[in-house]
Design a binder for this molecule. Sequence first.
Ligand code: FPP
Length: 243
Amino acid sequence: MNRIPRHVSIIMDGNGRWAKARGMERLYGHKEGSESVRATIEFAAENRIEYLSLFAFSEENWNRPEDEVNGLMQLMVDAIAAETATIMKNNIKFRAIGDLSKLSEDIAKKIYNAEEMSSHNTGLNLIIFLSYAGKWDILQAAEKYSEEVLRAYQDGRTLPKLTADHFNSLLSTKGIPDPDLIIRTSGEQRISNYLLWQSAYSEFYFPEVLWPDFRKTHFQQALDIFAQRERRFGKTGDQLNNS
Ligand code: FPP
């Protein structure tokens, strides 16, 4: 049985509270949070995790004060620029997923360049969910499917019954294995419109630590807890032992 999760996904939460506790602006918490991002990526690469995804900005986050949104965007662009060399040196394949049409042209271009440049890398797959929401993803997949139905109708073809596999291929996460482990920091125990479809069989872990304090030891602890869990995917323990 493979005890190292193939795909770890993290909801990075608690930056605002971390800053507030120090009498600082929320953006200060996000800045410190970028350090945790760095340590987390390093840990994932060192431990041969195949996919690491980070929920960096939700569709709902656009409703935050303009200063915070702009500051966060700038932080992400700076991080991508600062880490480009590290991404290439460590053979990391970078991708951003979400409704990227909402990003400014400048930011979208920088993201696209980082994706292009690292597209042939074969090490850790690093996915940043940006302007993402689980319901948005399911809706855009449903829209794509309705176009397929319309085209089939126009051509006089009948489509086979819609399967989960086919629907999966219409999601923005096409080709990426579902997360085995989802970590949400700061003690909040919610999925908050994240990977709704893809988390059907994910294990969840909710450490109390606030994201700016999250370091390699916390990541290791999450892996240790994951290794102790028995994942049955709807089967009985006996069925699994005999398979
Ligand atoms: C949640 O904390 C965190 C975010 C909305 C942003 C996460 C972004 C970063 C860590 C910036 C760097 C990202 C990359 C990919 C380099 P919160 O503001 O909701 O905290 P609160 O719940 O305590 O208010």
